[in-house]
Design a protein around this ligand. Sequence first.
Ligand code: ZN
Length: 202
Amino acid sequence: MRLAVLSDIHANREALYAVIDTGRAHGVDAWLCLGDIVGYGADPQACLHRVRELTDAVILGNHDAAAIGQTDLAYFNPDARPAAEWTAEQLGESERRYLGSLPFVLQRDDAFFVHAELDQPSRWGYVHDRTEATKALGAIEPRFCFVGPLHCPFVCIERYGGVELLPKGPQPIQPLSRYLANIGSVGQPRDGDAQACFALWD
Ligand code: ZN
């Protein structure tokens, strides 16, 4: 089965549609969204509508939580805060209810999906690098972990008792190893590559 994992769409409708077209061209069978459907971008309603059509497998992100008053805006940066306030004004009752119903984590067989922090998802702590990926993998048991909110994609492998960063590009799954994938952002990349980003897990 081919699962497409999307994260951090951030109300960027054009990027979301491009990713869906690309996923379909690659034979995606199922979709999963790691949250931050809204926040920053101009099309929160359209993106929420499209994600709801696409899949039931959706997790709450910190910007989604902010848009429905479920998280404190005090720690948002000066760009994010007014965007979150504007987003909140755009949402109707049904969108608010939908976001409020989303879980913090999903687990499927040996895979774990969370927006940000693996062991305390509601704290929204980011996994920035190999050191933090090592700590995160130590905190949970599943073999595959997918996280979102850094907006810079990277994949770490745990093998031979250590954790290493893998080079960019497709990675074959190796036996006796575990993985943490920070899957990058659909709608607001911050890695210097303006192309929309998502993960394809075959
Ligand atoms: Zn984000």
